[in-house]
Design a binder for this molecule. Structure first.
Ligand code: URA
Length: 436
């Protein structure tokens, strides 16, 4: 086989065989095929697309390009959840204890934040003492003991994806449906998932801004799941405004704790119950999403999910008292507020811009490896469609003294991101579609 012929074949819109896809991915991972040939192939895929079968082969190759996680030591079906990334998306922090408290084992591996989106591991590390680097055997032991663990990725999982993603990033080939779908699903399969729930975001704060594109991606990933015998359910959810009211690591932990006490924002509670119901259904723990949601509502209201979170934090050496006393979490030196300059209705809370502002305050990373400030972030006090009077508080910036000079510009940007109009604009539906 020659890489030249495979680039040519894809350029002409022909379908590649599983052997050809295997040759490309194995050769690239082993540094036998150079970047320039892979870049040309990725561009051909970008323009010509791939069939569902080709995408499934590609996913399999990505999944098996390095180490895989063996979760067979944990009894029962293991269901993983993946979000395509959002602003203020703290669902994992609620979902893991919620689903575990319903009796489903949750061995969760999560990532760090980059750019305008946050990451679960950064959020958890704002809890004093919390350990996210745990070796595999202890990870499995904890799940068998208490039903759940949340750790950072370990081992050499999906090296093909790491290499290919870095190449796509600099060759304008990130936004190719089959490349995105195989990248996401390949990682989930390498992580040992038997069943997968996908939270595919759409709207300004998401990766797939247009709903039609997000729907296509969700459908493709559900199809791949079917091909690879991993039951997959995708929820298409709105990310035009941040989820909940907080963006920033410690701020989000505080909000997740309130949600586990059943005192959280409506949107966050709803999405956690729906994603949890999808996890129970995908894993075969329930036959029906509505029934599963009712069961999880009882678990949440009973306080069992909160207690499960206490067990997880304790097992991972964090201070569980932060659940009762969020004042123990890191707090920002400076808090600045913006107020409504006129009366009207909130027409927009631009998720992407809020995420970028939070990053500039120190809550996120511009590039991999940057350090973050756990106390920094943005609190948005209003939601789209809400009526406000002139002078009402709209949002607050939390930051460290060293960023003081950035505040005038960031406060101005925050004002532009929380828009008021004289007419009422209803907010977008949070759960837009469920694709099975
Ligand atoms: N997220 C991923 O994990 N991979 C992609 O290709 C795009 C988004």
């Amino acid at each position: 086989m020659r890489m030249y012929d495979l680039i040519y074949k894809k350029r002409e819109g022909e379908e590649l065989t599983s052997e050809e896809i295997s040759y490309i991915i194995k050769g690239y991972t082993a540094d036998e095929i150079p970047d320039y040939q892979l870049a040309a192939w990725a561009m051909a895929v970008f323009f010509q697309g791939m069939t569902a079968e080709e995408t499934a082969h590609l996913t399999r190759e990505v999944a098996h390009s390095g180490d895989t996680v063996d979760l067979s030591g944990i009894p029962g079906t293991k269901v993983d959840k993946h979000s395509t990334g959002g602003v203020g998306d703290k669902t994992t922090l609620v979902l893991v204890p919620l689903v575990a408290a319903a009796g489903v084992p949750v061995p969760k591996m999560s990532g760090r934040g980059l750019g305008h989106t946050g990451g679960t591991i950064d959020k958890l590390e704002s809890i004093p003492g919390f350990q996210t680097e745990i070796d595999r055997s202890r990870f499995l032991e904890q799940v068998n003991d208490i039903g759940a663990a949340i750790i950072g990725q370990t081992g050499n999982l999906t090296p093909a994806d790491k290499k290919l993603y870095a190449l796509r990033d600099v060759t304008a080939t990130v936004d190719s449906m089959p490349l995105i779908a195989s990248s996401i699903m390949g990682k989930k399969i390498a992580g040992g998932a038997d069943a997968i729930v996908l939270d595919v975001k759409t709207g300004s704060g998401s990766f797939m801004v247009e709903r039609e594109e997000a729907r296509k991606l969700a459908r493709l990933m559900v199809e791949i799941g079917l091909e690879l015998e991993r039951k997959t359910i995708a929820l298409l959810t709105d990310m035009s405004q941040p989820l909940g009211f907080t963006v920033g690591n410690a701020l989000e932990i505080k909000e997740a704790a309130a949600t586990l006490k059943n005192q959280g924002p409506d949107d966050l509670t709803e999405i956690c119950l729906k994603l949890g119901a999808a996890m129970l259904t995908a894993g075969g723990y329930s036959d029906d999403m509505a029934e599963a949601e009712a069961e999880l509502t009882v678990v949440l209201e009973s306080g069992r999910a909160l207690e499960k979170m206490r067990e997880i934090i304790t097992a991972q050496q964090g201070n569980p008292e932060i659940l009762d006393n969020p004042e123990l979490l890191p707090r920002a030196e400076l808090i600045k507020e913006i107020r409504a300059e006129e009366s009207g209705y909130i027409s927009e809370v631009t998720a992407r811009e809020i995420g970028l502002i939070a990053m500039s305050l120190g809550a996120g990373r511009e590039k991999k490896g940057d350090s973050i400030d756990p106390a920094a972030g943005v609190e948005v006090l209003v939601k789209q469609g809400e009526q406000v009077e002139a002078g009402a508080a709209l949002a607050r910036l939390h930051t460290a003294g060293k960023y003081k000079s950035r505040l005038p510009e960031l406060l101005e940007r925050l004002k532009q991101a929380v828009k008021i109009s004289p007419e009422r604009i209803s907010s977008k539906k949070l759960i837009q579609e469920i694709i099975e």
